[in-house]
Design a protein around this ligand. Structure first.
Ligand code: AKG
Ligand code: FE2
Length: 298
């Protein structure tokens, strides 16, 4: 979240507003976060309950006014870019996380060292025992299939399955503002040389019966966080071809992109790919976030 909040962390009942707080609220409202999620985030950062509710309500009211007055004048991308605050650090709860870049439209951010080297190594070690070829949801049937467009091995962890995973999930909630309960289980992926994930969207297409089935628990996916657990020797960037962006896979860093637009539609500029690994291997942990609390149907 914001620096002021992290300074106040631990002190109950923090009641001082700041430009950073207002900007943080405006940005998360623009990203489509619900009022409850924002209040929860503020409480976790030590803000007073009544104060947090008042701030969030005021920010929503202001957001509505701003959206109405800005709409005829400017296309949305320009509005988002000009109102994006210059905040370069996120409160990771137990650590301060620098934000290396922030793209306003589509919403993409790069967190530096979200995980320490030791945490990355521990996640890889935990998942080695349960790697299997990564499936993809079949859009027609909803079944999970193996396809050539996704050549990686994966391991799934239940939410909070392990103390390390719970700690990482709390940190993810702190930097994204999306409550941990909205997260699917962390997925660890391992790509060998040549391994890739061809361009795709992470959200489900409700028109396809198999994908619609995925919406029944937790609703739509709204955002993705990809954490790099190692630095491949060559290749393996995460690419966003519709905006010409490639994010280098650097151990501990994490790329976050959210696709729920304020009008409720999904941002198809978040089309993305895991480019082929040219040398060495690539390990990532992916966290998909839902619009509502998520529990695996299984
Ligand atoms: O491998 C990557 O960089 C992207 C992974 C990805 O798109 C996913 O796990 O949904
Ligand atoms: Fe993806």
């Amino acid at each position: 979240m914001i620096r002021e909040a992290s300074v106040a962390g631990g002190k109950a009942g923090y009641t001082e507003s700041s430009p950073e707080l207002e900007q943080w609220l405006a940005r998360h409202i623009a990203q489509g976060f619900a009022a409850d999620a924002l209040v929860l985030s503020m409480l976790r950062s030590g803000y007073d309950d009544a104060f947090a509710r008042r701030c969030v309500a005021a920010a929503f009211a202001q957001g509505t006014e701003a959206a109405v007055s800005a709409r005829p004048a400017q296309p949305q991308a320009e509005t988002a870019a000009s109102s994006t605050p210059a905040v370069y650090a996120a409160d990771g709860g137990d650590r301060r996380v620098p934000v290396l870049f922030r793209l306003a439209s589509p919403q993409v951010q790069l967190f530096q060292q979200l995980l320490s080297d030791d945490e990355c190594d521990a996640l890889v070690a935990l998942s080695r025992g349960r790697l299997a070829r990564s499936p993809v949801v079949n859009p027609d049937t909803g079944d999970e299939n193996l396809i050539d467009a996704r050549t990686s091995m994966g391991a799934m962890f239940q939410v909070a399955e392990h103390a390390l995973i719970a700690r990482i999930e709390a940190r993810i909630a702190a930097v994204t503002g999306v409550p941990a309960e909205h997260g699917e289980g962390l997925q660890i992926l391992n790509y060998k040389p040549g391994g890739e994930y061809q361009p795709h969207f992470d959200y489900f297409n409700p028109q396809r019966p198999g994908e619609a089935r995925q919406l029944s628990v937790g609703g739509q996916r709204i955002a993705t966080l990809v954490i790099y657990l190692n630095s491949p020797e060559a290749g393996g960037a995460t690419a966003f071809p519709r905006v010409g962006l490639e994010v280098a896979p650097v151990k501990g860093n994490a790329v976050y992109f959210s696709y729920l637009l304020p009008d409720g539609t999904l941002d198809d500029r978040t089309l993305h790919a895991g480019l082929p690994v040219a040398a060495g291997e690539k390990w990532i942990a992916t966290k998909w976030l839902r619009e509502r609390p998520y529990r695996s149907a299984a």
